[in-house]
Design a binder for this molecule. Structure first.
Ligand code: LRH
Ligand code: MN
Length: 433
């Protein structure tokens, strides 16, 4: 094996930063001067970016696939413990991913207290847990073929409710504070399902799950336009999600997965509405061109991502009550090294956040007041077209992370090391994970 260094080793990271520091300092100082002329203190932006963290999807550190095929990559994590090791590499090199979001039963293990220990030892915590009633497990009594918590058979609903309550119990051991509830329930044909009764069954079942939430937990309701149902999905859009959250109670919030909308839907508008309703619970960040493509965040529509963060910073500045969105990535890495994609995606979120923080909001609201459409949109574009990379790299450097995470990761030979240590596990040929 050519070169192998531990990419979590602070000294190794410092060594890889050394030759890059002088250039970073001059680029940072130059940006600092230009922002100063715009009345912006660069160190304040660095501080805000450093405080920004996004949760990693445990299911994202393995190679993803589609219904057609999954082409396994070298050195895939074989269990949740190895997934955490890879997540720790991402956090060590970016400083931006301190938490992991688990998916059950994909991440089931016999000893969740030991898992919490392991994560703690790797400098990681746990964000929302995700339940799974969109697949049948080997030892499962009743099938979810025709739905789960909205199934017409109360026994199937009971089984699905119990699974969600089990996820909450496991989350409590891990120190999570939220359950993400995404269900694929719906219909493929008109008439197959009573559209109102299905929603009513959703509300009844979700109310039981809601009752099981500890006082300081949140229920994050994730809407999705279609897939696996191809005609009607019970929680199809933000409207259904918001109605459900407002019906269930103050601990229920709406989670926005960027890929769960029709092409060209104005997602930043949906975010603005959920902020207004004080029910924005969080995000599953990714990018897409057509459907729920789960591509790397910021890889297709970086301006849209910026516009979402523009709404978030506006809400932050207006000190909106109970505004505490959970930021999580939800991606499928079919052709890239998942660690590289997740590092890049976490950084694209920090970039959008930094750009949104340097928007001249006073000028913007003046142009909005005066209906000066051109200057209003120019004011946003000026922030979006500002290269904030020196701020992001400085934030990483100050945290002991890597100025150039991808180069430092590749030079470490970590993936090749994993390929040697983790003989490929024979697994099915298709599917998202
Ligand atoms: C559904 C979804 C959901 C997860 C799954 C892995 O498309 O976005 O958040 O449970 O992907
Ligand atoms: Mn999602």
């Amino acid at each position: 094996m050519k070169n192998s260094a531990d990419p979590r080793d602070r000294n190794y990271i410092a060594q890889s930063n050394a030759p890059l520091q002088a250039v970073l300092t001059s680029e940072y100082d130059a940006l600092g001067e230009s922002l100063q002329r715009r009345g912006i203190r660069i160190d304040e932006i660095v501080r805000a970016v450093s405080a920004f963290g996004v949760a990693l999807p445990s299911w994202g550190v393995g190679t993803g696939g589609t219904r057609f095929a999954r082409f396994a990559g070298p050195g895939e994590p074989r269990n949740v413990f190895e997934k955490l090791e890879d997540c720790a590499v991402i956090h060590s090199l970016t400083g931006a991913t301190p938490r992991v979001s688990l998916h059950l039963p994909w991440d089931r293990t016999d000893d969740f207290a030991a898992l919490r220990e392991k994560a703690g030892g790797l400098g990681l915590g746990f964000d929302a847990v995700n339940s799974n009633t969109f697949q049948d497990q080997a030892n499962q009594k009743l099938s979810y073929k025709f739905g789960s918590i909205t199934h017409t058979d109360p026994a199937v609903r009971r089984q699905a409710i119990e699974h969600n309550i089990d996820c909450i119990r496991i989350g409590q051991i891990l120190g999570s504070k939220a359950l993400t509830l995404w269900i694929g329930d719906g219909a493929n044909f008109p008439g197959q399902q009573h559209l109102v009764h299905a929603f009513e069954r959703y509300l009844d079942s979700a109310a039981e799950i809601y009752q099981a939430l500890p006082a300081d937990w949140r229920l994050l309701i994730e809407h999705k336009m279609y897939e696996p149902a191809f005609y009607a999905t019970v929680i199809q859009d933000w409207g259904s999600s918001l109605m459900a959250a407002q019906t269930l109670g103050p601990k229920a919030f709406c989670l926005v997965d960027l890929g769960h909308h029709a092409p060209n839907v104005n997602i930043e508008m949906i975010v603005a509405r959920l902020v207004h309703a004080q029910r924005l619970g969080g995000f599953h960040f990714n990018d897409s061109k057509y459907g729920d493509d789960d591509l790397d965040t910021g890889s297709i529509e970086p301006y849209r991502l910026f516009l979402v963060f523009n709404e978030l910073v506006d809400a932050e500045k207006r000190r909106v009550a109970s505004f505490q969105p959970a930021h999580m990535l939800d991606q499928s890495h079919n052709v890239t090294d998942p660690i590289e994609s997740l590092m890049g995606s976490a950084i694209e979120l920090q970039r959008a956040y930094a750009q949104a923080l340097i928007v001249d909001r006073e000028a913007l609201s003046g142009y909005q007041q005066d209906n000066d459409a051109l200057m209003a949109t120019q004011t946003l574009k000026r922030a979006f077209t500002t290269d904030v990379e020196p701020i992001l790299a400085r934030s990483r450097l100050e945290k002991g992370a890597a100025i150039d995470p991808i180069a430092t990761y590749r030079a470490s030979g970590y993936r090749a090391g994993c390929a040697a240590r983790r003989p490929a596990a024979a697994r099915s040929g298709s599917g998202i994970v």
